[in-house]
Design a protein around this ligand. Structure first.
Ligand SMILES: C[S@@+](CC[C@H](N)C(=O)[O-])C[C@H]1O[C@@H](n2cnc3c(N)ncnc32)[C@H](O)[C@@H]1O
Length: 224
């Protein structure tokens, strides 16, 4: 089961007053966790394609992407309450209507709440790298999770992961490449930097430490 990995430690980061107010006022953008399959289009109020973002942190890049793509919906999953408050604040400031948030473990959400072929894309930007070898088992991208993601994507949709942690990126590239039905248009290697992706907070931290930024982009094709 993909939901067995404890890929996060709940950060207790304090919310600013503005984040707290947005959190209290933003209930209509939150989808409660449920053990049942959910029709996400009901929460968005339309049938536009849904991109899932896993672990959006403070959500600034998420809000920028959503603002630039009003014809798509963004289902954003995070466990960090202050980050959720911040994304709700961004939604309010930018008057965004195409973001919904679930405050829960992404592996459980996707496994329990999403029907097969629900999503048009998965964004996974700078997942926790768990750098110590004894912690690698806590990395989110492992075979069961990669297979779960692939099963929830519709044909022609993509998984896009970025990491500044080279050995995690290499491991993730190998894991995703081994999933039947995922196709790497970059000859099995890393993708070139994708121009529309805004720089994230954790990317900035990685760059400040001279970490190389590794991009992984695979497309779901029909299994024949
Ligand atoms: C290293 S931060 C990256 C944040 C953001 N994507 C960025 O690039 O700035 C990883 C984020 O993933 C979240 N996270 C880790 N495991 C998760 C899980 N299983 N479900 C939901 N969120 C998770 C953490 O709370 C954290 O905010």
């Amino acid at each position: 089961m993909a939901g067995n990995i404890k890929s996060f430690v709940l950060r207790s980061g304090r919310m600013s007053r503005a984040q707290e107010k947005s959190y209290e006022a933003g209930e209509r953008f939150l989808i409660p966790y449920s053990e049942e399959v959910v029709d996400f289009s009901r929460y968005f109020g339309n049938d536009r394609p849904i991109t899932v973002e896993i672990g959006f942190g403070m959500g600034k890049a998420t809000a920028e992407i959503a603002a630039a793509n009003p014809d798509r919906n963004y289902l954003c999953i995070e466990v960090f309450k202050a980050g959720i408050g911040k994304l709700l604040w961004e939604i309010e400031q930018r008057c965004l209507s195409n973001i919904r948030i679930i405050e829960h473990d992404a592996a459980e959400v996707i496994e329990k709440m999403a029907a097969p072929e629900s999503f048009a894309a998965v964004h996974l930007f700078f997942p926790d790298p768990w750098p110590k070898k004894r912690h690698h088992k806590r990395r989110l991208v492992q075979k069961p999770f990669a297979e779960l993601l692939a099963s929830r994507l519709c044909e022609g949709s993509y998984i896009y992961m970025v990491s500044d942690w080279e050995n995690y990126a290499e491991e993730a590239l190998a894991v995703f490449s081994a999933v039947p039905g995922l196709y790497n248009p970059y000859s099995g290697g890393f993708a070139p930097g994708i121009s529309w992706r805004p720089r994230t907070k954790f990317e900035q931290k990685g760059l400040a430490k001279n970490h190389p930024i590794k991009e992984i982009y695979l497309v779901k094709k029909a299994v024949t």
